[in-house]
Design a protein around this ligand. Structure first.
Ligand code: ADP
Ligand code: ASP
Ligand code: MG
Length: 422
């Protein structure tokens, strides 16, 4: 017997018929002799709808009230799943974020889970009851509803798994595992049997939205075994123990096991960034601090940064990227500080995409970046910025070339599945 946390995403929970399928998957898992807790997302599209309501009600919304509105989608699906499980004859109850409670810290709309008391949950699971928990929501120090940031139900699931010391956290979604790249973009994408925490963390942080980045960081820290698999399976499919999803594993688990492991694990794209260039910034100590200090103070995350070598007049251009949603705010802030920073022109471009190749193999192999640059050059794709980490190379390109770039790189690194259609 194992203790298993199962998480179902928005597409899996989209409507009563889909919820019935989910309930049957959960019922089968319990019938296989396991203790089960389930974490659910809102129905697909529901959180977007709720975000829009909050914006329409008040464009300068109070984040605490925004959280009250957007957390409600998960309340609906957790109740509906508990009802559906009961209709199948299972013992089930919902546990809302404030009831457990899922204690969070940090700002509204991007709160972080601090603690989940597990006694009540463990007792409920041990008694044969299925615990159904709405993902994405928590409770602040001052007992207000909080949410964890978009895609946050993955993090809720991993946190519940860590709290109840689950043997596994199964993330059920609308694809049957983690692929070498988004299978909705590249038909030749290959499903990976295993991905290391480190690789998955990097892939998620550069745009592979199959898992929320923070859920992977938490799983790595807490040693939670995470499996990604599909909820779109037949009613007579075997329980998750024998379904080939993708396991997220530690470095030690792959070393020496997977002889066919590729140099590059995967490729991700991200269309959520925008590029800003400041021209003719004085090349002297403090200039860059004047640019990035105010952005940091406003909690705007700067990602890629390039500063050119100074030209004859002791001036240089500085280019960087910010989240697209923060572009207007960043521009207004920089314009207001033009004389202090001393730049000449402020240029922005929201029509960009970041393409990243990720793989632990590149730690010990030269030439990964060179292959990337050459493959893109052969297709006349211009690189506007570059950034690297120990296991990742990212480039910024024109948004229109995203799909082409991902496909070209997928082939260049030998990742294409042999048996897939072109
Ligand atoms: P859920 O609603 O279940 O949380 P998401 O939409 O958040 O699902 O994540 C699943 C989606 O992630 C897939 O439909 C797929 O398009 C996308 N995706 C992006 N990169 C990858 C990848 N490398 N492997 C698998 N799916 C990916
Ligand atoms: N419903 C939330 C969202 O759409 C959380 C989640 O699905 O993970 O972002
Ligand atoms: Mg998701």
């Amino acid at each position: 017997m194992a203790r298993i946390v199962m998480k179902f995403g928005g597409t899996s929970m989209a409507g009563t018929e889909r919820i019935r399928r989910v309930a049957r998957i959960v019922q089968r898992q319990q019938a296989a002799g396991h203790e089960v807790a389930v974490v659910v997302s809102a129905m697909a599209g529901e959180t977007d709808r709720l975000v829009n309501f909050a914006r329409e009600a008040n464009p300068l919304y109070d984040p605490a009230e925004y959280d009250v509105v957007v957390a409600s989608g998960e309340q609906v699906t957790s109740g509906l799943l508990a009802l559906t499980l009961q209709a199948l004859g299972c013992k089930a109850r919902s546990w809302l974020g404030w009831q457990l409670p899922v204690r969070t810290v940090g700002a509204h709309a991007k709160a972080r889970i601090d603690d989940i008391p597990a006694e009540a949950l463990i007792a409920s699971m041990a008694s044969g009851e299925i615990a159904v928990i709405p993902g994405f929501q928590g409770l602040s120090d001052d007992n207000r509803v909080t949410t964890l940031g978009r895609g946050g139900s993955d993090t809720s699931a991993v946190a519940v798994a860590a709290a109840v010391k689950a043997d596994r956290c199964d993330i059920y979604t609308d694809v049957d595992g983690v692929y070498t790249t988004d299978p909705r973009i590249v038909a030749k994408a290959r499903k990976l049997k295993t991905v290391t925490y480190e690789e998955m963390l990097e892939l998620a942080s550069v745009g592979a939205k199959v898992l929320q980045t923070r859920s992977v960081g938490l799983a790595m820290k807490e040693g939670v075994r995470v499996q990604v698999l599909s909820s779109f399976i037949d009613d007579d499919a075997p329980p998750a123990d024998s379904i080939p999803g993708t396991m997220i594993v530690s470095d030690a688990e792959v070393e020496g096991q997977d002889m066919e492991r590729q140099l590059i694990t995967g490729i991700a794209h991200d269309k959520n960034e925008a590029k800003i260039t400041l021209t003719r910034v004085p090349d002297k100590p403090g200039s860059v601090a004047h640019i990035f200090g105010p952005l940091a103070a406003a909690s705007i995350n700067v990602d890629m940064i390039i500063q050119n070598v100074a030209k004859d007049k002791g001036e240089t251009d500085v280019t960087f990227t910010v989240p697209r949603t923060d572009l207007a705010r960043s521009l207004a802030m920089l314009e207001a500080k033009q004389s202090e920073i001393g730049f000449y022109r402020l240029i922005s471009d929201a029509h960009v995409a970041k393409i990243s190749v990720v793989g632990v193999g590149m730690k010990s192999h030269a030439g990964v970046a060179a292959t990337m640059f050459k493959s893109l050059a052969d297709r006349a794709i211009n690189i506007q910025a570059i950034s690297t980490s120990e296991i990742k190379v990212s480039v910024l390109i024109d948004e229109d070339e995203t799909e082409l770039a991902v496909r070209v790189l997928h082939t260049a690194y030998g990742l294409d599945a042999v048996d897939a259609a072109a």
